[in-house]
Design a protein around this ligand. Structure first.
Ligand code: MN
Length: 326
């Protein structure tokens, strides 16, 4: 996944723990050369971080059109097509509910991901990757991509890619959970994280109570269906930020619904996000952009030819920390 807004706004992200919950409407953004519409939930003007989670796109369910024939056959066909692009200072987390997406990166990884599996790429100092629907992918594409900010002591590490085909499941009264990353009520994911973090898909069938850690802050979205979360009706397209200080979360539904629960220790470092980079200041981001456009820092995604996403121009103003509160 790439942030391909033509004029990406800088985001300086600083956490501010708060017990209050807050509904935040996502905004539609179109990504990739096939024009895949996504709902961007993070960063939001009012909330940039949930723990170290710093980016959340919910795409689909997207029904692809008929396969097109054109000068470039790769422009037709279903779903997602995002050419090689760089990342720094973050992990990407890809999770599907429907469809199939092929990931290739500059480490040489080549992995198709399917529903219920986890692709986790740690960018560290530098990595490049591409993501596209496979030619034989199901016609419906539905999933999320998230980014996790890496803490200072790990953000310059070498790149790494993990695929987890099976993940721990948890069953409780009125719900089941698949733990993508972190630990929920004793079920721990093998995925590598560098800060205390939780990402879990919940399937809720009736009244349920999910155990939470009071020192974590949490946010939740609905992926399919609708649910009452802490008494609030939550449908796809809106993020409910839950703050810290909770020991459990009450959920209810009249029909099965799937939700994504995110949590983590409030991330204390200020970060600057611009395009596909997470850094700590303006000059560092300028250098990363320059390295993508001119240098070999990010390596090559084998098998993709010469195509790559160009970085947008830097904004005229310096990227600067903003006030807190989000
Ligand atoms: Mn990406």
């Amino acid at each position: 996944m790439s942030n391909v807004e033509p004029d990406p706004q800088e985001s300086t992200c600083r956490s501010e723990p708060s017990p209050a919950s807050r509904l935040l409407a996502g905004r539609e953004v179109v990504i990739g050369t096939r024009g895949l519409p996504v709902i961007r939930m993070l960063p939001d003007r009012r909330r940039s971080l949930i723990g170290a989670w710093c980016f959340l796109d919910h795409f689909g369910p997207h029904q692809s059109g008929p396969h097109q024939s054109g000068p470039n056959p790769r422009d037709g066909g279903p779903g997602m097509r995002i050419a090689p692009h760089p990342h720094t200072g973050l992990q990407t987390v890809t999770w599907l509910l429907d469809g199939a997406v092929r990931h290739r990166d500059s480490l040489g990884s080549d992995q198709v991901i399917r529903p219920g599996q986890l692709n986790l790429m740690t960018a560290g100092h530098a990595i490049a990757h591409a993501e596209e629907s496979t030619p034989d992918a199901p016609r419906v594409l539905h999933g999320v991509q998230l980014w996790v900010a890496l803490p200072e002591q790990h953000r310059h590490r070498s790149g790494q890619f993990e695929h987890h085909a099976t993940l721990p499941e948890l069953a409780g009264h009125g719900f089941t959970a698949t733990v993508m990353i972190g630990e929920l009520d004793g079920a721990a994911s093998p995925a590598t994280s560098y800060t205390p973090l939780l990402g879990a898909q919940l399937t809720v069938t009736s009244q349920a109570r999910i155990p939470l850690r009071p020192e974590f802050e949490y946010g939740i979205i609905t992926l399919t269906g609708a649910a009452q979360v802490d008494g609030v009706e939550l449908r796809p397209g809106t993020l409910l930020y839950l703050g810290t200080g909770r020991t459990e979360l009450s959920l209810d539904t009249t029909a099965p619904a799937r939700l994504l629960l995110l949590g983590g220790l409030p991330f204390e470092e200020e970060i600057v996000m611009w395009w596909n980079f997470v850094g700590r200041g303006h000059d560092e981001i300028v250098q990363q952009r320059e390295d993508w456009m001119t240098g070999d820092r990010f390596g090559v995604v084998a098998g993709y030819g010469a195509e790559r996403l160009p970085a947008p121009p830097m904004p005229n103003a310096r990227l600067r920390p903003r006030g807190g509160g989000r």
